[in-house]
Ligand binder design. Structure first.
Ligand code: GRG
Length: 300
């Protein structure tokens, strides 16, 4: 497996034309679904069109093309996932939550506009995500499943629950299992939903293939968070010369604190290798392979 990882490591997942099509469609969708208030639309577009890795959108595309690489009906679902993700970031940055001033290298939404506008921009993106899926041209029974998956992943049994657990454990050390549950809900749930919703854009996907995809998504979701913690420590050490764990969130539990830096890296590698194993049953696993490797090797 390590050989396979090495062979595919340098493949590019960021096909510029794919990213461009996502950006263009996002912009078209806000033209269509946020036309009543130019001020609100400006706040929505400020965050939605401000870059980001588009990981969730790319997962939707890759999962939709595991059987037929020419499948084209993924784009609106991909945009819906980015809308949901963007809402969570805008609200996460608010003073009542993480109180952050910068996101993707720019002032956060409530700094650029104001708090009320940022709340509304997040609310609008959250509901827009469902409206976009409800209006795609796939058949109604598939759309209902996609909407159920997104609602479950983003709501009180998913991302919002993860955020609630995170807030409740502020300034507390939490045990390893609790930490994993929190991240599984806070970030893992939407990553899993991206893959499941993408797979449903492919009419011939079987239940056993869906189950392999679930394993893949759970592995990369956890790997993503472990790498996030590793990057936090490494950027602190490199830019500030601070020793591991001396950042301003010193009481926060992280995978690096629980496992140590090297074991955290090894665990992430193992998770990504296993993720890639799970999807080898497909005819066209390459893009999902590359996304898994990107998660492992990302630098931001
Ligand atoms: C407010 C309901 C509510 C939920 C917020 C997802 C979330 C829950 C908060 C995000 C805060 C955070 C820093 C989570 C850790 C995972 C992470 C790094 C998310 C950012 O996702 P990326 O790296 O972002 O995919 P880009 O900018 O690339 O889209």
């Amino acid at each position: 497996m390590a050989g396979r990882i090495r062979r595919t490591m340098n493949n590019e997942i960021y096909d510029p034309s794919v990213l461009e099509s996502i950006e263009t469609r996002l912009s078209e969708l806000t033209d269509q679904y946020a036309k009543s208030s130019p001020e609100l639309k400006a706040a929505i577009n400020y965050s939605l069109l401000s870059g980001g890795k588009r990981l969730r959108a790319l997962l939707v595309k890759a999962a939709s093309q595991l059987i037929d690489p020419d499948n084209k009906n993924w784009i609106d679902c991909a945009c819906a996932l980015e809308m949901m993700h963007c809402y969570s970031l805008i609200h996460d940055d608010l003073p009542a939550m993480d109180d952050d001033n910068l996101r993707r290298g720019k002032p956060t939404n409530h700094i650029q506009f104001d708090e009320a506008t940022a709340i509304l921009a997040g609310d609008a993106l959250l509901t827009m995500a469902f409206e976009v899926i409800a209006n795609t041209s796939v058949n109604d029974s598939i759309k209902i499943k996609q909407i159920q998956i997104l609602a479950h992943a983003s709501g009180a049994n998913g991302m919002v629950a993860g955020q609630a657990i995170d807030l409740a454990s502020t300034n507390q050390e939490i045990d390893f299992e609790h930490l994993k549950t929190m991240h599984k809900l806070k970030t893992g749930a939407l990553i899993l939903a991206s893959v499941q919703i993408g797979a449903l854009c492919e009419p011939n996907i079987t239940p056993s293939q869906q189950s392999a995809l679930k394993q893949y998504a759970q592995n990369i979701g956890l790997g993503f968070q472990i790498i996030d913690d590793v990057l936090d420590v490494e950027s602190d050490t490199q830019t500030l010369g601070k020793p591991q764990g001396s950042d301003s969130e010193a009481n926060k539990s992280t995978y690096v604190k629980h496992l140590g830096l090297q074991t955290a890296k090894d665990t992430a590698l193992q998770l990504i290798e296993q993720a890639c194993e799970h999807i080898q049953i497909f005819e066209h696993p390459q893009m999902l392979n590359n996304i898994a490797l990107f998660v492992l090797n990302r630098k931001h």
